[in-house]
Design a protein around this ligand. Sequence first.
Ligand SMILES: Nc1ncnc2c1ncn2[C@@H]1O[C@H](COP(=O)(O)OP(=O)(O)O)[C@@H](O)[C@H]1O
Ligand SMILES: [Mg+2]
Length: 244
Amino acid sequence: MLKINNLHVCAGEKEILRGLNLEVSTGEIHVVLGANGAGKSTLMNAILGHPKYEITEGTIYFEGEDLTKLKTYERARRGIFLSFQNPEEIPGITVENMLRTSKQAITGDKIKILQFHKELLKLMEELQINPEYAGRYMNVGFSGGEKKRNEILQLLTLNPKLALLDETDSGLDVDAVQIVSSGVAKFHNENNSCIIITHNAQILKHLPVTHAHILLNGRIVKSGGAELVSEVAEHGYSQFEVES
Ligand SMILES: Nc1ncnc2c1ncn2[C@@H]1O[C@H](COP(=O)(O)OP(=O)(O)O)[C@@H](O)[C@H]1O
Ligand SMILES: [Mg+2]
């Protein structure tokens, strides 16, 4: 599904990713681990084509197509979704309007307003989001946890092929982590894939993680299975600095 080869990415003057390789197949759940500042969010932003992150070398292929030639909205239409580490507040646009408009833009289908409203309320109930929030401006005045749950609401509404989740579980209490993880579990099936950035081994309880990677000095220095997540949670990253 996704094949990243020798990716080099600069932000400003600084080279952040330096020869990163990563392959994700359909049905897999990958976890990317790495200390603060390692370049995890940079990787996510580069996949979606954030203008601040310049790809200076390497390729990103999605379903056989070179993504780097496409605009961000074209990448979204191909079925790639990013849940932001720090979701933006968008005054003047309600959650419902934003989601309906996004879904319409991505699928190209005309969406029936009433039916969409019903489906949205059902998802909100599952994610334990107060239904009043459908009419509130996007993320404005939301708590940290509410913003993250709202990201999962977007994920379930847009139903992408590849979901990139950037620390969606950070800063959440135990119950909220459970709600977010079960939302991702509800999304995931054999026809789609996830790349999850987390510092939390909790995620393993709720999701069948198939691969884990350590990002260090702009590269993936070690890959393995789910056991790598617990290993890092217990022993930290310093052991990998020696290995790289
Ligand atoms: N837009 C930017 N301009 C300049 N430096 C940036 C930018 N974005 C990230 N960086 C720097 O790149 C490094 C990696 O950042 P980031 O990808 O956000 O790390 P992580 O998500 O792993 O914590 C950090 O040192 C950060 O300060
Ligand atoms: Mg980050």
